[in-house]
Design a protein around this ligand. Structure first.
Ligand code: COA
Length: 247
């Protein structure tokens, strides 16, 4: 029986060049391979919760980002350099907006409904479209800790990830000694899946990370407490533009 050669597609050739991470036209994630055939629907932004708005980042946000992330108590358990300034904040916003446009993920600003105050960040990055798997990350400015903001934001994002994007699994890693983040994840149904040894560096010291995973069927949405969000009195001062406080 004759072979229909028109149906045979040439395999992409792998070389060091094809493994570069720079995106080029006709490539997917920098690899010369056909783009995935799974198309995820787009989330309609902003996402609303009883007390919060999860919105796209704007070029008005960098001064606030630099202000909150120059607080070492916030930045030391997330993968950032010890100092975080206005230029880093601007780069972060540009990158978040590019990710949103590409559909590779959703890095969203957390704002208080009503006042619009920017208090943190919550993001989902699609790690494998084929496996419908994503990574979640978040941080909240220190004056707003302990009021359920991270739980409320992460819960909304997980809800959209499972309901609208139809993902199957969300995962993340929590550095040893970060009980608040662990509490947020456990509350939403995340389970511990073991430890990645010394894969996170905090203040020059390698620490283990607990790998946490959540399957769609395990998700428990979070209901926030009644009443408004209030800022604690220990609001750190603004850094000078273009500078960051020392670590
Ligand atoms: C982790 C973080 C986002 C939590 O934000 P948050 O808005 O305060 O979180 P929530 O209020 O929703 O929940 C925090 C939970 O941790 C608990 N918690 C806080 N400190 C704790 C501690 N030392 N030991 C045990 N539990 C603690 C709180 O009691 C709360 O649980 P509860 O409501 O059941 O009492 C915030 O601390 C932060 O930004 N940390 C730095 C960045 C970071 O670590 N991001 C996560 C990376 S994996």
């Amino acid at each position: 029986m004759p072979v229909d050669t028109t149906r045979v597609r040439r395999e992409p050739r792998l070389s060091s060049r094809t493994l570069q991470t720079v995106k080029a036209p006709g490539t997917y994630r920098g690899l010369r391979m056909p783009p995935p055939r799974v198309n995820l629907p787009r989330l309609r932004l902003p996402l609303r919760t009883p007390r919060l708005l999860l919105r796209a980042y704007s070029l008005r946000d960098p001064p606030r980002i630099a202000r909150w992330l120059s607080d070492r108590e916030v930045s030391r358990t997330i993968p950032l350099w010890p100092q975080y300034d206005l230029a880093d904040g601007t780069a972060f916003v540009r990158s978040a907006r590019a990710t949103l446009r590409s559909g590779d993920g959703y890095r969203l600003a957390i704002a208080i409904r009503g006042s619009g105050e920017y208090v943190g960040s919550c993001g989902l990055e699609i790690r494998s479209l084929r496996d419908r798997r994503a990574h979640i990350g978040y941080w909240v400015a220190r004056p707003f800790w302990g009021q359920g903001i991270a739980s409320e934001a992460a819960s909304r994002l997980c809800q959209e990830a499972f309901r609208t994007l139809r993902l199957h699994r969300i995962e993340t890693g929590v550095v040893r000694g970060n009980p608040a983040s662990r509490a947020v994840l456990r509350r939403l149904g995340f389970r511990s899946e073991g430890w990645a040894r010394e894969n996170f560096r905090v203040d020059g010291e390698y620490r283990d990370c607990e790998m946490m995973g959540l399957l769609a069927r395990e998700f428990r949405p979070y209901t926030p407490p009644p009443g408004p969000v209030v800022a604690a009195a220990s609001d750190p001062p603004d850094p000078e533009p273009g500078t960051a406080r020392p670590a």
